[in-house]
Each structure stands twice: as C-alpha cells, then as structure tokens.
Design a protein around this ligand. Sequence first.
Ligand code: F6R
Length: 621
Amino acid sequence: MCGIISYLGNRKTAGKLVVDGLKKLEYRGYDSFGFAEKVNGKIRLTKKVGKISEFRENGKTFAKTNLALGHTRWATHGKVNRVNAHPHFSADGKVVVVHNGIVENHAELRKFLRGKGVKFVTETDTEVIPNLIVEFLKKNNLKEAVRKTAQKLRGRFAFVAIVAGEEKLCAARNGSPLILGIEKFFPKSDDKLLAKIDGSAFFIASDTPAFLNHTPDVVYLDDGEMVEIEASPKQDHFHAQFFGITKGTAVKKRIISLDLKESKTEKGDFAHFMLKEIFEQKETIHRALKQDEKQLEKVAQLIRKSFGTFFIGCGTAGKVCATAEYLFAKIARRHVNVIFGSEFDTQEPFLTNKTLLIAVSQSGETADVLEAYKIAKRRGVKTVGVVNVAGSSVARGSDVVLPVNAGVEKAVASTKATTAQLAILTLLAYALAGKLAEGQQMLAEAGSQIDELLNPRYSEHLEKIAQKIKRVESMYVIGKGTDYPMALEAAIKLQEVSYIHAEGFAAGELKHGPLALITKGTPLIAFVPADRSLGVGGPANGYRQEVLSNVSEVKARGGRIIGVSPQNDPLFDEWIRVPDVGNAQPIVNIIPIQLLAYHLAVLRKNNPDLPRNLAKSVTVK
Ligand code: F6R
C-alpha cells in the first residue's frame, strides 16, 4: 500500500538506485510514481501517472547525486493524477516528503497551516507533512522538526523527508513499515544492538526487496521510532542514528542479516509472478511443513489452555482462517472462533488474559491485523503469528511465530502463501490432536501429489476452460465443509484478477436464494469431494451425493458445471481433476482455481500481477 524508498550514501547514482528499488516495490501501489533527487542544494522532481515498470529511462533521466527518495502510489486521498503523485513539497519548496499510510487529522492540520499562510496544491493528506516540518524547522533542526511533526499526525504512517541544502535523510514510523538497509556497516561488532550505525550507504524503504540486491543487512524500525542519516564529521562515510518519537532520546536497534536472495524475487522464465508463484507450490508446501515441532507443540498447548481461541486474517488469509473452524473440529474436536481482522474489535468484551489470538498474514503488515494486535496487547491476550514475511510487524509482535516459509510473494493475488498457511493450520490441528506425525505424513503426501499435478498440461487444460468462459458476466463457486471457505477464496481469486463477478456459497445455501441468479450458461464451479470423504458428523458416504444434489439443481436451470473433484460425474460439463488427499483437500482444490483465475486474467488482457485498484500489503484501515 504505497512503496517508499530513499538512498543516501557514497554512490552518485541515487536516482537510479531509487527507481530500481521502486520497481521492486510496485506491488505496493501502481497508479502513479515519482522521485526527487538533490542536486546542487536544490531538489529535482520527476512524477508520472502510471506504472513505474513502464517508465522509460534515458541519458537525462537522472542527475549525478548521492541523495534521492521515491514513491509508488496506491491512492487514498485525491484522484490519480500527476499533482497528487508523491513526492510532495512544502509550499516554500524546501522540504520534500514521501509517505505511506493515512494522516487521519489532515483536515485539522490543513486548517492550522492555512492559518500560517500555507497554500496547498494537492488533494492529498500527505501535503501537511512537509509543511509541518517547515513550521517546526523555524526553531529546530531537521530531526526535531520531523519528530515534532510525527507527534502531530494521527493514523498509521511512515514517511521520509529531505530538506534542500542539507545532506540528510530523516524518517519516522508509526504503523506502516519502514526498514533501513545498510551497505558495508562497520565496525562489525558482536554487539548488534546499536543506537548509531556507521556505513558506506543507507536505504530506507517500505520493504526489503527494494534494496536486497545491494545489502542483506537491515534494521526494522518499530512504531514510535525514527532514524536520521547524515555524513560523518570527516565526510568519509555516513551514519544512521535512532530515536524515539515521544522523547527524542536515543533508541538501540538490532542489525539483522537476511538470507533472502534477491534472485528469488525475479520472474525467471514465467510470464508473470502469479504463474511463477502458483508453480512454486510444488515446493512451498514441503517448506511450510518444516516447522519447529517444539513451537507447534507450544501453540497446541496454548490452544488447550486458552479459554477462547480466535483465528484472524483479512481477505484470502481470512478464508484460510475460516478453514480452521472445520479442520480443528474434525481433526482435534476443538471449537475455535474465526473472525476477519477488521471485525476483531467487536469481540473486545470477551477478551481476557486466557484468550489466544492466532493471526494469519502473508505480509505481517496488514493494518486491520495490527489493530487487532493492539487490542490483544491491551487485554493481555497471547498472540501467535502465522506469517510469511520474517521481521514484519506481526512477526515481531507475536509471542510465538510459525513461519510460512513460502519465500517472497510478489503477485498481488496470494497463491503460494495461501496454501502454505493452509498446510500450517492443518498441521496445528494434528498437533492439537496429539497426532503430529500423522498430519506431517498426510501433508507430505499431498505435497507430492501437488508436485505431479502442477505441470504444463494441467495449466493448458485450465486455459481451455478459461477460453470457454472468458466472456461471462458472473460465476459462482460452491463447496461444503472446508470447501466452503475455499469457495469464498476461489471467488476472491477470480474477482481480483479476471474482474468477472464471482461469488462463493456454502453448497446447501444456493437453494435459499442465489439459485435465482442462475441462467443458461452461468458457470458454477463446484468442489465435489470423493466418495470416501467423511465430513464432521456427515453421512457415511461423505458429502459427495449432497453436493452433487446441489449441483444438479443448478444444472436443471441451465448452469454450466465445472466440477473440481477426484472423480468425474455425468453432471460435469468440465472436469478439473484433483487428487483425493483427505484433510489436505482445501490445499489441492484451490490450486486449479488459482490457475483458472490466472488464465482468465491473461485472456481478458488484465495484468494478473497488478490488478486494478488493489495493492499487496494493505497498510491502511
Ligand atoms: C487476495 C489477497 C488479499 C490478502 C489480504 C491480507 O489474493 O492477497 O486478500 O490476503 O490483503 O493480506 P496479508 O496476508 O498480507 O495480511
């Protein structure tokens, strides 16, 4: 949700470094972009509407400078146009800011600044930030002016500021991610908790892929913290110093060396990241299973001891959580509560120090989840994070972390992180039932079946089905038990990349209303279990016949049936074969729909990696 990056260091190609970094942050927002370079004490600005990946550089694009900052936008306040694109100047042209998040009290601050004679030129909430800094600069240095500005802002934010005439970068965080990348830091002491770090160059960005090809050494800023970077007194290197926003006193931070390889974040031979990440599920399921058994046991024990366990997530992660309700009932005979992150605050009256909160999040930066964490901390609730991004706010704020291990997920539509999260929740249900080894074996076998399933022929089969339905206006997805949340997840996947209206339902619910939407040719994707499946308290032959009855009600009204099932059936117009993998069925069922959604997107000429109006990592409420 908006990507920011800045550079100050010994290289004179800061503009290029910032633009290259922005391209790697494009998944965070892609309606416009801009960057500012400091040249001869002045600031040179480049802003454009559109995607940074489509920006064509030439010999004149960049100035020779060692200080620059940039932004790729996901609009929250103000239309998508050049004026509203970041970076934003103060009215006097001296201070420039890039910002991610929302300034909730911007109207009030605008009024105050107008009273001081400031004339605003954009519709953004951000524009108050450089102007407040200018106000505070009248009596303070940059660090103090940024600190006092940060104190005035309400809402979740991360911003970086520079001032014409000063070789400094100053950044503050409260709610939105901000990470410092350090090139060649020294001395490399064992004491990695430092209030001041010396290095040859520094990046400050919303996410690590922005600079991982330059350095694996990072410092994660926490809420209420800020950093200032400037040249050393001898001007032979640079240093970063950390402070608290409230008091301005020094804060000690830990340097973490990431082992992520930047190459893993590239598309390779795949046309899109989404396709690459779908295919990576051959190995990510196996990687997800590599959990520290002691940690799994610890979480199982926390669930046993808890008086109320809540699973929370948003969007796709929320659907993953919804499978937990079924999986825990079936495998461990345990009731758990499931609620979207944005709804968790409604449960506050029931939260005590005996409550357990398990948050599922790919990015670990989703604002609705972080807000839930704030409530949890306030109420003494224990927290477990099932998180993909190591070092993210959820990972750092959890009492126990179960790492998703899916590697960097770049496509906005989540695929490999989703199935890895499903695998971990399934494993956890087995751990709770005291049958961890059984769960590990079952999931490892399912992983091998996925390996066989995901081949080019399977993808071509899905592409052929996509060809047949690519012009429909609406489609529906049904399932029962764990397949019901997967029907909801399938609908999200179809909506976000194909832009076809899609909705998921519990199979038995169609006849209570939605059946009225079925006309001749309306596609119905049905997750139909194998004959031998046994549902929670379900009939001895499982749910197959029951779901097939629901399917036949649609067929009778002209619907076009796409059956996702281990076995074919005469009711199916198209059959998407999936292996029969018992309790791992939600994992294998969602994979062909990810592929179907991908092919629909490509056939309808949409970019599946960067769907319209969306962004990866939703850091606003
Ligand atoms: C959809 C999708 C989103 C995310 C949601 C939560 O494909 O990716 O619905 O699942 O925004 O994000 P995380 O998992 O980062 O908390």
